[in-house]
Design a binder for this molecule. Structure first.
Ligand code: HEM
Length: 419
């Protein structure tokens, strides 16, 4: 064991527990994972996690390199699953291997190109006034009570309704889309395998697949929605197959929900915990775009993502072998003091804030412009509606999704009167 990897001592003089992302399963660590990330970054920034069998990288520079250069094709194929006796998971694998999130060039370039042709900046911008209307109506629905569970009453329904609008499917289907997305997101965000949940996730995947298959064939879909435009997108005679349209509708639907919910919930909590920053924002609403970037950096909704080494390579002096798995911890990179001065301080005016909350490179979040608009509108509308916000004195409970960081509930009291 090198001096660098000697177990650290904590304040009681006892050896600190072995470094592993598995500590996130401890609710106390999940509530505040930043000391664990700090330990990883300072004690062993390119760490072989003995429990996960993954390399874990936590420095900004290394996270960017892994996201830029390593392979995203990490999901097992149906053939691989069959060969290890897990063929019952094949319906899930069949969908995932066609999703842009799990593809490398040239397949990724092709699908992302066709999807981008279908989801133009103009389409996103057209959703803006709609998002404001939905946000206002959700706020008004509960404003009279003076209290709001931000998660259940705003942060969950807003992205869910917006996603249905974006896809062009009937908006009244949004509660069902939410349930399916939650199941899929549970699998995306967690690295621990939970066999008890596998059958539910499989069932949801089959239902979602059937839902989008019938949606594609329906005439009544809104033509400006993503389902229609993915179906009809064409670049130099190339089009997506029906299976590719379905798989990428699913990844876009799932990608846009939990994460945006958590941007709103985590962001609101961060502002409540830093009242001087909230005050600064109230005093100057032109800071909203910069505040949203800082909230994404400070409490990143998507904490980590995985890649495979494309060949034998070295990072930070460690030898990584071809096809070994690497976990890039964006939330740790976003608190790297080498990149962000005083990283544990929330500063809504932070300059040069090139965080990695939306990833980096070819897989940079496809929905980032939409997520940014949703975040900006929500914080602006909440600030305009209520001069006083206070957190209710209930214990905060974090979702047991280790990768998609968010609260189960966030009860807040609002008031219009000061004093
Ligand atoms: C605050 C909200 C969001 C956050 C923090 C977020 C985060 C991310 C991250 C980190 C990635 C890259 C993952 C990787 O490289 O492995 C990603 C990719 C993706 N996101 Fe988002 N996302 C958000 C909102 C959205 C929205 C609203 C949509 C849908 C409109 C969306 C759709 C996608 C898709 C389809 C990908 C895959 C892109 C590709 O592989 O080329 N996301 N997102």
């Amino acid at each position: 064991m090198t001096a660098k990897s000697q177990p650290a001592k904590n304040t009681t003089g006892k050896a600190a527990p072995p470094l592993s992302l598995f500590h996130l399963l401890d609710p106390e660590v999940l509530a505040n994972p930043y000391p664990l990330y700090h330990r990883l970054r300072t004690e062993d920034p390119v760490h072989w996690d003995p429990f996960l069998h993954y390399w874990v990288v936590t420095r900004y520079e290394d996270v960017v390199r892994v996201l830029r250069e390593f392979s995203a094709a990490r999901t097992p194929t149906p053939e691989q699953l069959t060969s290890i006796g897990l063929s019952k998971l094949n319906p899930l694998a069949q969908v995932m291997v066609k999703q842009m999130l799990f593809l490398d060039p040239p397949s990724h370039t092709r699908i992302r190109g066709l999807a981008s042709a279908a989801f133009t900046p103009g389409r996103v911008e057209a959703l803006r006034s709609h998002i404001r209307d939905i946000t206002r109506s959700l706020i008004q629905a509960t404003a009279a009570n003076g209290r709001m569970n931000i998660i259940a009453e705003l942060a969950e329904p807003l992205p869910c309704i917006v996603t249905a609008e974006m896809l062009g499917v009937p908006v009244e289907d949004h509660p069902q889309l939410k349930l399916w997305s939650q199941d899929f997101a549970e699998m995306l965000g967690n690295f621990q395998h939970n066999p008890d949940h596998a059958s539910r996730i499989l069932k949801s995947t089959e239902e979602m697949t059937a839902y989008f298959r019938s949606a594609i064939r329906q005439e009544k879909l809104r033509p400006e929605g993503l389902v229609c435009s993915l179906r009809d997108a064409e670049i130099q005679g190339d089009r997506l197959s029906e299976e590719e349209v379905i798989a990428n509708c699913i990844v876009t639907m799932v990608g846009g929900q939990e994460t945006t919910t958590n941007l709103i919930g985590n962001g609101m909590l961060s502002l409540l915990r830093n009242p001087e920053q909230l005050q600064k924002l109230r005093a100057d609403l032109s800071l909203i775009p910069s505040a949203v970037e800082e909230l994404l950096r400070y409490e990143s909704p998507s904490q980590h993502t995985a890649r495979l080494a494309p060949q034998d390579t070295q990072i930070g002096g460690k030898q990584i072998r071809k096809r070994q798995a690497v976990m890039a911890v964006m939330a740790a990179a976003n608190r790297d003091p080498e990149r962000f001065p005083d990283p544990d301080r929330l500063d809504i005016t932070r300059q040069d804030n090139r965080h990695v909350a939306f990833g980096w490179g070819a897989h940079f979040c496809f929905g980032a412009p939409l997520a940014r608009i949703e975040g900006q509108i929500v914080f602006e509308e909440l600030i305009r509606s209520f001069p006083i916000w206070s957190l209710e004195p209930e214990p905060l409970v974090w979702r047991t999704n280790l990768g998609l960081r968010g609260l189960t509930a966030l009860p807040v009291t609002f008031s219009n009167a000061r004093g």
